[in-house]
Design a protein around this ligand. Structure first.
Ligand SMILES: Cc1cc2nc3c(=O)[nH]c(=O)nc-3n(C[C@H](O)[C@H](O)[C@H](O)COP(=O)(O)OP(=O)(O)OC[C@H]3O[C@@H](n4cnc5c(N)ncnc54)[C@H](O)[C@@H]3O)c2cc1C
Length: 501
């Protein structure tokens, strides 16, 4: 049997998944049907949590070295400022959004993957597959018409919104997909005085609009067709169309000039009910597509890859409760995508209220909410994705609300000067505890699953066990260390588990 993991699609999600698996010693092949990298950049934003999650692989440093940092998000109704959120307060080594064109992100990730010894097979298309209990047999079409049959341990469809893998599996959205229409323009702006470190969102009864910097001195305007959707035509809209939207929804006195890209496109928002069918998985846009308002799609897809990679790497080497561990990927990530859909839906509703009394009430409530530090903090932590958690995961340890946070499924912020979670050549859990005889015994018994160094505890009363992707696996009082022992024992493969590989 060929023990390779086959990844279909070398967008950002497939590239990150391939690099993480390779780093953990899993052989991968990445096939990409397009011969060349994309020219235009859809995504620009990489949020705090994404930069944290890419740090152990070493990719973050290369991305940060090239991107521009965005520190503040403003919300306006016309020229009236409703509120501002400063990302500086986020407890992270990356308290900002990184602006980097997706095409450049993909180049950097492709080079990162090449550095790990994996070359993307460009021009190679996944053309069919059948899965059984032990693996997947896939058909690849190579340039020049050559076909190849590949036997793979697992197949991951990172093949974007039109996913071939998703269609073959017959997986559909949990709720009816929602269609929306959008305009985008990368332009120079005269007037408006927009700072190059700020995102500006405009609420308007006709629809939503955002303006933010794109590297190279320009700004991107992105707006939904909203109430004017009947006039919408996909393709390349004239600059006049963008100017009309800017005049209607913006602060006034702003002129768009010298566009390098104008684009009118439709988005079908969906979230597939399950991201797994046996040996086949979906990740990124193949599993969920969000409207571009929150700039979350690429980020969410990368989080899928990070979540799946350590689980697949353990499954590849042999682990107890393999099926539960792999099922936790779809349970955890599908729930987060559902929350993002709900958040973006609420934001869109608030942005486009029509009734003047309701608009007045919304603006007043917005002023009050953004005027309070907890409100601003909640918004910053949601947009930057650091508050996402896996609260109802089947692989969470016992929850005890009397104990200090973070609890099972919640993110653990890495203090300055400490290495990120999940570094190294195999996935390992981190133990946060004061030293002691029982802790030492635990470290020796589960040395294969634990980082070699103990990390400082977050409270001397308690012990935390943190997953390779930086979320709490289990935690307990020091005297209840048996809880952590039992949790780790749940990962140790038996001879039967190893034979089932
Ligand atoms: C205008 C716009 C702006 C956006 N801005 C943001 C933003 O600021 N932040 C953000 O997080 N997200 C943003 N997004 C969303 C983001 O672009 C996507 O979520 C992201 O590209 C998804 O990555 P992916 O790797 O899952 O899919 P894709 O990037 O679509 O990559 C899938 C790849 O699979 C390949 N493929 C398809 N079928 C096959 C096959 N059968 N065999 C082999 N290869 C195949 C395709 O050629 C493609 O290269 C934006 C989207 C749009 C439209």
């Amino acid at each position: 049997m060929n023990n390779v993991v086959l990844i279909a699609g070398a967008g950002p999600v497939g590239l990150v998944l391939a690099a993480e698996l390779r780093r953990f010693g899993v052989p991968v092949r990445v096939v990409e049907k397009e011969a060349k990298l994309a020219e235009h950049s859809r995504a620009l934003f990489m949020w705090t949590r994404t930069l944290e999650l890419l740090e152990p692989s070493g990719a973050t440093a290369a991305l940060v070295a090239e991107g521009e940092k965005l520190h503040v998000s403003n919300i306006f109704a016309g020229s009236k400022l409703i509120g501002s959120v400063d990302f500086a307060g986020i407890e992270s080594q990356y308290p900002y959004a990184l602006l980097l064109p997706q095409a450049r992100t993909e180049q950097i990730l492709t080079e990162h993957l090449a550095g790990l010894g994996v070359t993307v097979e460009r021009g190679a298309e996944l053309a069919g597959f059948t899965a059984d209990a032990n693996g997947v047999t896939a058909t690849l079409h190579h340039p020049g018409g050559k076909s190849e049959a590949v036997r793979a341990f697992y197949l991951i469809g990172c093949d974007g919104g039109g996913s071939f893998v998703r269609k073959c599996l017959g997986l559909s959205s949990a709720a009816s997909p929602h269609q929306s229409a959008w305009y985008l323009a990368d332009v120079e702006l005269r007037g408006g005085n927009f700072a190059r470190t700020e995102l500006n969102s405009f609420w308007h009864e006709d629809g939503f609009m955002a303006i933010f910097p794109v590297p190279g001195g320009r700004f991107r305007i992105i707006a939904n067709a909203g109430r004017n959707a009947k006039d919408f035509t996909p393709g390349t809209p004239p600059l006049d169309k963008i100017q009309t939207i800017l005049d209607q929804r913006g602060p006034g006195g702003v002129t768009a000039m010298n566009p390098v890209w104008t684009h009118a496109f439709q988005v079908e928002e969906y979230n597939v009910a399950s991201y797994r069918a046996g040996r086949v998985f979906l990740a990124g846009d193949a599993a969920h597509v969000h409207n571009p308002v929150g700039a979350q799609g690429l980020n969410m897809g990368i989080h899928d890859s990070i979540n799946l990679a350590w689980k697949l790497a353990l499954a590849y080497r042999g682990v107890a409760n393999r099926e539960l561990l792999l099922d936790s990927y779809t349970i955890e990530r599908q729930a987060v995508a559902e929350r993002v859909v709900a958040n973006l839906g609420r934001a869109a509703q608030a942005a486009t209220v029509r009734n003047p009394t309701m608009q007045f009430a919304r603006n007043l409530l917005g002023n009050i909410y953004f005027g309070l530090a907890p409100g601003r903090r909640q918004v910053a932590e949601t947009i930057s994705e650091v508050s996402f958690s896996y609260d109802h995961s089947p692989i969470n340890g016992i929850e005890d609300h009397a104990l200090p946070a973070p609890g099972p499924g919640q993110r653990v912020a890495v203090p300055a000067g400490q290495p990120p979670f999940g570094g190294g050549p195999v996935p390992r859990f981190a133990l946060l505890a004061d030293p002691g005889a029982r802790v030492e015994h635990l470290r020796q018994e589960f040395a294969a699953l634990l980082e070699p160094e103990l990390r400082p505890t977050l409270s001397p009363r308690c012990i935390w066990l943190v997953r390779p992707d930086g979320y709490v696996a289990a935690m307990c009082l020091r005297e209840d260390i048996g809880i952590i022992e039992d949790y780790l024992r749940g990962y140790v493969p038996t001879a039967e588990d190893l034979a089932a590989l």
